[in-house]
Design a protein around this ligand. Structure first.
Ligand code: AMP
Length: 400
């Protein structure tokens, strides 16, 4: 089966064509500057990468450019578009309506639109991407895979904010959690690497990239996670503050004469490790700056790693124990130094890091010592593969 995976942003569209059965990636690419020009980078497996400026007033032209390249004799990997069996779409917010991936029909589209107020920056772009793909490939099943769905198993005590209850009941204010596809994938890979059924494991997954979140996964189900109503909650990130005392907002808004939009812009784009260091949102830059003596770069790293350490401890408390910790995403997969710093002092949770095994980047590995009571792992995330696998599963059920 060949599945086209689409991740549509407001001015971008990422794609992969893959076979979920063999995990074979056939081609991947990115359309950028949609609406303000248009540029495509296309990387077919076994052929040279290709890039071009193509006029893309809307996502429709972008998906047309993608399909043309996929069947192009020089740059393509398939002969005709009809070889694509189904399309899987990444959708950021499924609200409380979607606890798993779904086949997209008119009713699902209506529900996705109803979720727009919950994710005003992301869901409209996802919907635009779905509409463009449905118009370009009308006879093909389309499936939505949600960032929030995996966390729908959170119990009320974990998802309710201590606000007047009507804000939950009437206005849907609650913890939703994000990065669900990644937390689900790496926890399942971890169980399989450990050779144990996920139904008997208590795992903490740490998705540490530009955006960062942790998840407590008890017996295969998400029972708590650090992101909340929006992806601004929880850990400090590249440019996002993570959780802050909400009293600070009024104090700063009064003092600096900021409106709520300016305040949120600061919390989303000028905070996190960028805000603390004043140098960069990229941990590689911070590592370099700290090594060269920058105290604020070191402080940004210390704040970030301290909060991740605390989240591992609180996740273990939430689950009443712990069998394994998994690191994934840009920082989690590639930084032995930050992993070591996060795990410092967690020996009391049965987590003994093996410095030699920890010295790896970007590949699956157990990095705890042989005598460590619990397992520490690095597992590169692969959200596109999960989207393709979910899509294939739903489509095969249709055929039965
Ligand atoms: P992601 O959002 O998952 O693509 O992760 C991006 C982040 O990963 C970047 O901002 C970097 O800070 C971080 N990263 C990537 N490679 C390394 C590395 N070798 N050491 C430290 N951080 C890294």
């Amino acid at each position: 089966m060949k599945i086209l995976v689409i991740n549509a942003g407001s001015s971008s569209l990422k794609y992969q064509l893959l076979d979920p059965a063999t995990h074979e990636l056939m081609a991947k690419g990115l359309c950028e500057r949609i609406g303000i020009g248009g540029h495509i980078k296309h990387t077919p497996e076994g052929k040279e990468a290709y890039a071009a400026d193509i006029d893309m007033p809307t996502h429709s032209e972008a998906i047309q450019a993608v399909l043309s390249l996929l069947v192009d004799p020089a740059h393509g990997v398939i002969k005709t578009v009809s070889e694509i069996d189904a399309v899987g779409h990444r959708v950021v917010h499924g609200g409380e309506e979607f606890a798993s991936s779904v086949l997209i029909d008119d009713q699902v589209m209506d529900t996705l639109k109803a979720c727009i107020p919950l994710a005003p920056l992301h869901n409209p772009a996802n919907i635009t991407g779905i509409n463009a793909c449905k118009a370009a490939m009308p006879g093909v099943p389309h499936v939505a895979v949600f960032d929030t769905a995996f966390h729908q198993t959170l119990p009320p005590k974990a998802f309710i904010f201590a606000l007047p209850y009507e804000y939950y009941e009437k206005d849907k204010v609650r913890r939703y959690g994000f990065h669900g596809t990644s937390h689900r994938y790496v926890s399942q890979r971890a169980a399989s690497l450990m050779g144990r059924p996920i139904e008997e494991l208590k795992l903490v997954t740490c998705h540490l990239g530009n955006g960062a979140s942790t998840c407590a996964i008890k017996y295969g189900k998400s029972i708590d996670t650090s992101m909340g109503f929006t992806p601004l909650d929880g850990l400090p990130m590249g440019t996002r503050s993570g959780a802050v005392d909400s009293g600070i907002l009024q104090y700063l808004m009064d003092l600096k004469h900021l409106d709520i939009h300016q305040m949120l812009d600061i919390l989303n784009k000028k905070s996190g490790v960028l805000g603390i260091s004043g140098i960069s949102s990229d941990f590689r830059d911070l590592d370099q700056a700290a090594a060269a003596g920058s105290e604020r770069a070191q402080l940004a790293i210390d704040v970030f790693t301290y909060k991740v350490t605390k989240r591992i401890g609180s996740s273990a408390a939430a689950m009443g124990g712990l069998d394994g910790v998994i690191f994934t995403a840009g920082v989690g997969e590639n930084s032995p130094e930050l992993r070591a710093k996060i795990l410092e002092g967690l020996e009391f949770l049965g987590l003994k890091l093996d410095p030699a095994k920890n010295n790896i980047r970007g590949k699956e590995a157990v990095i705890s010592t042989d005598d460590s009571p619990n397992t520490i792992m690095v597992i590169p995330t692969n959200e596109e593969l999960v989207i393709a696998m979910d899509t294939a599963k739903i489509v095969s059920q249709l055929k039965k």
